[in-house]
Write a protein of this length. Sequence first.
Length: 133
Amino acid sequence: MSCIFCDIVSGEAESFVVASDERAVAFLDINPFANGHTLVVPTRHVTDLLDSADVLSDIAPVLHEAAGLLVDRLGADGINVFQSSGAAAGQEVFHLHMHLLPRWHGDGLLQDLVGTPSAVDDLERLHHRLTAR
């Protein structure tokens, strides 16, 4: 089965790499939400966040380096980091990837990303459901 991110990692597909090490590669997203939108992928094929317990430690150094570049070189005021696991969450390429989205004050991105307050009893029920043995 073909994986575009595996092809990028191996050098078979064109990409614009901004940081890498033996365990992860950071490259510019070809469909960016903002200037500098960067993806960070593990060099080994991992489908999503639920596929491997240690994958976050594998990519953390490159994730940190790429985030620093976006702030230092582009002057971003902040960074959003997000990841989608599974089609229902919007994952389109089934190779784990973290999005680094540089942000600037007043850029208007993700304006609708505001939750709705929950009642304490709803939170208690949910907490029990998640933690009960």
